[in-house]
Design a protein around this ligand. Structure first.
Ligand SMILES: [Zn+2]
Ligand SMILES: [Zn+2]
Length: 481
C-alpha cells in the first residue's frame, strides 16, 4: 500500500482545495482529488462527486452552478453581512454568536479561535459570554417547559461592551461584519447608526430580494422540499452579484419576512411546512380561505378531470365558485362511477416547483361522503385557482385512485344552469363481452373478471348478464369508459 491510499477522502479534498484559488470546473477538481487519493471504485469520479455534494458543500466548498465549485475560503473572503442591534444587545454590549455568525463560521471552528477587528484593523478583545434569551418560538417554549429548562436558556455571545461604548452603539443600529479570513475566523466590525441605514433602505431592499430569490430558487430545485441552511446560505452568498458590497439584512431576517419560505433553525422550508412535532402540537394545518365576493361565488369553474394513470378517461365538469369541495367530491364520484356513500376522498392543490414538471402538494383536506371531513366546507372560489392550475383528487385512501384535475376556464353561469354538472367526457372506446361474442352477440363489456383473467392469462371481459350467469362469486372490477 502506498502512502496515497491512506488519506481519507476529506483530506484529499482539502489538499486539492488548497491548490485552488478561484472557481474550478467540478470535473477538473474531481480528477485532482483522485490524484491525491486514487480509488478502485467502479466509477471513482461519480463517487467523489456524491461525496462532495453530501459532505463538503457548506463546509469547505460550494457550487456556483452545476459544473463549477469554489472553495469557501475564497468565496467568503470579503463577504459582508449585517447584524441588527436589539435592545438587549445594545444595553449589554454583546453580539450573539447565533444567529449573527450562523453559516458564516467555518464548520467546527472553536469560538476561542475567532478574532474580531475594528475598522482601523485593531484587534478587539474576544470574550465569549452567556446571554439569557427568552425563546420566542412557541414550540421551543413547549419543549423547554417539558424539560423544565426554561430558566437556563442561554446563547453564546461576544462581549464587546468597550467597543459598543466607544462607538455609541444604540438599539436599531447595525453592525456591519466583513469576513477577513474565513478559514481562520477573522472578522471586521463596523458600526452603522440607524439614520445612515435609513438613507440606503432601497439598496438594502434590493439586496434582500436578490438573496431571497436565490434561496427560493434553490428551494424550488431541491430534490426534497427543504434546504440545509448551512449549505444553502453560503451557496447563495457565493452566487450573489455583489456579496462584498454594502450588505442587505441578515439572511435570517430576509427569510423571516419572505412569505414563500421559513427557517426552523436548521433547514429552509416552504412557508406552509409544519414539522412532525408541530403537527402533533397544533394538529394538521387547516386550509383557510379568504372572503369570497358574491360575483366570485356565482362564477363557473370549468375543470377537466382525468384518471391519473389513464388520461384517456376524462370528464369535463362545471362547478360554481360558491360550491364546496364536498359538492365537487359528489360530482366526481358520479363522473367516475365511484361509490357515492363509501370511502373517504381528498383534494390537494398542486403547486409547480421551479420550471420543471415537479409539484409540491398542499393538502386541502378530506371529504367524508356521509358529511363532514376537514376539506368539505372549502369553497371553490376560495382556493384561489387560476386557469391552468392543478388539483389532485384521491378517491378511497385504501385503493388510492388518483385523478388529476385542471382548471380550464372561469366563465359566467348560464341562465337557469344547474351546477355542478358534467358537460363532456372522453369518447368511450368500448370493449365487448367475450361470452356473448362467442355466441354471435355484440354486447358492451361492463366488468373484468380478475379471477378468470389471472387463471387464463388474458383479460376476461363480460357483460352484466354473463357476469351473473358465469362468474358468480368471482372477484371482478367494473370497467370505466
Ligand atoms: Zn355477455
Ligand atoms: Zn370469472
Amino acid at each position: 500500500m502506498t502512502q496515497k491510499e491512506l488519506i481519507t477522502r476529506g483530506e484529499a479534498v482539502r489538499q486539492a482545495l488548497a491548490q485552488v484559488d478561484g472557481p474550478v470546473p467540478v470535473k477538473e477538481f474531481v480528477q485532482q482529488v483522485l490524484t491525491f487519493r486514487p480509488s478502485k471504485a467502479k466509477n471513482p469520479a461519480a463517487s467523489i462527486r456524491n461525496y462532495l455534494r453530501a459532505e463538503e458543500v457548506g463546509r469547505t466548498l460550494v457550487y456556483l452552478d452545476r459544473q463549477t465549485i469554489i472553495p469557501l475560503r475564497v468565496a467568503m473572503k470579503g463577504v459582508r453581512f449585517r447584524a441588527h442591534v436589539t435592545r438587549q444587545m445594545a444595553s449589554r454590549g454583546i453580539l450573539p454568536v447565533h444567529p449573527t455568525f450562523r453559516c458564516f463560521l467555518r464548520y467546527k471552528i472553536a469560538l476561542e479561535d475567532v478574532r474580531l477587528f475594528d475598522v482601523a484593523g485593531n484587534p478587539l478583545p474576544v470574550r465569549v459570554v452567556k446571554m439569557k434569551a427568552k425563546p420566542t418560538d412557541p414550540l421551543e417554549v413547549f419543549l423547554r417547559m417539558a424539560l423544565e429548562d426554561l430558566e437556563d436558556f442561554v446563547v453564546l455571545a461576544f462581549d464587546l461592551s468597550g467597543w459598543f461604548r466607544a462607538n455609541k452603539v444604540r438599539r436599531d443600529d447595525s453592525i456591519l461584519v466583513t469576513i477577513l479570513d474565513w478559514e481562520a475566523g477573522h472578522f471586521r466590525l463596523e458600526h452603522e447608526p440607524a439614520r445612515r441605514r435609513r438613507r440606503r433602505q432601497q439598496e438594502i431592499e434590493r439586496k434582500n430580494q436578490e438573496l431571497a430569490d436565490l434561496l427560493f430558487e434553490m428551494l424550488e430545485s431541491a430534490q426534497k422540499e427543504s434546504l440545509y441552511a448551512s449549505q444553502a446560505v453560503p451557496t447563495a452568498y457565493a452566487r450573489l452579484s455583489d456579496p462584498k458590497g454594502y450588505p442587505g439584512d441578515h439572511w435570517t431576517e430576509v427569510i423571516e419576512r419572505d412569505p414563500r419560505m421559513k427557517w426552523d433553525g436548521f433547514a429552509i422550508h416552504y412557508s406552509e411546512y409544519m414539522s412532525p412535532l408541530e403537527q402533533i402540537l397544533y394538529g394538521e394545518k387547516e386550509v383557510t380561505e379568504g372572503p369570497i365576493t358574491r360575483a366570485q361565488a356565482r362564477q363557473i369553474y370549468r375543470f377537466k378531470a382525468e384518471l391519473w394513470h389513464r388520461a384517456d378517461i376524462w370528464r369535463r365538469i362545471e362547478i360554481q365558485g360558491g360550491q364546496t369541495l364536498a359538492d365537487f367530491d359528489g360530482i366526481l364520484r358520479d363522473a367516475f362511477e365511484h361509490d357515492p356513500f363509501d370511502h373517504l376522498s381528498g383534494f390537494w392543490k398542486l403547486v409547480r416547483r421551479g420550471r420543471g414538471n415537479r409539484f409540491r402538494e398542499i393538502d386541502l383536506g378530506d371529504i367524508d361522503p356521509l358529511g363532514g371531513g376537514s376539506g368539505a366546507g372549502l369553497h371553490i372560489a376560495g382556493l384561489e385557482l387560476r386557469p391552468g392550475d392543478l388539483l389532485k383528487y384521491v378517491y378511497d385512501f385504501g385503493d388510492w385512485i388518483e385523478h388529476r384535475i385542471t382548471l380550464e376556464e372561469i366563465v359566467e353561469p348560464e341562465p337557469g344552469g344547474e351546477y355542478p354538472r358534467i358537460i363532456a367526457r372522453n369518447k368511450p372506446r368500448y370493449r365487448y363481452c367475450q361470452s356473448c361474442q362467442a355466441k354471435g352477440r355484440k354486447r358492451i363489456a361492463t366488468w373484468i373478471c380478475i379471477e378468470c383473467s389471472n387463471k387464463q392469462g388474458r383479460e376476461v371481459l363480460v357483460c352484466d348478464e354473463c357476469l351473473a350467469a358465469e362468474h358468480e362469486g368471482h372477484f371482478v372490477e367494473e370497467i370505466l369508459y
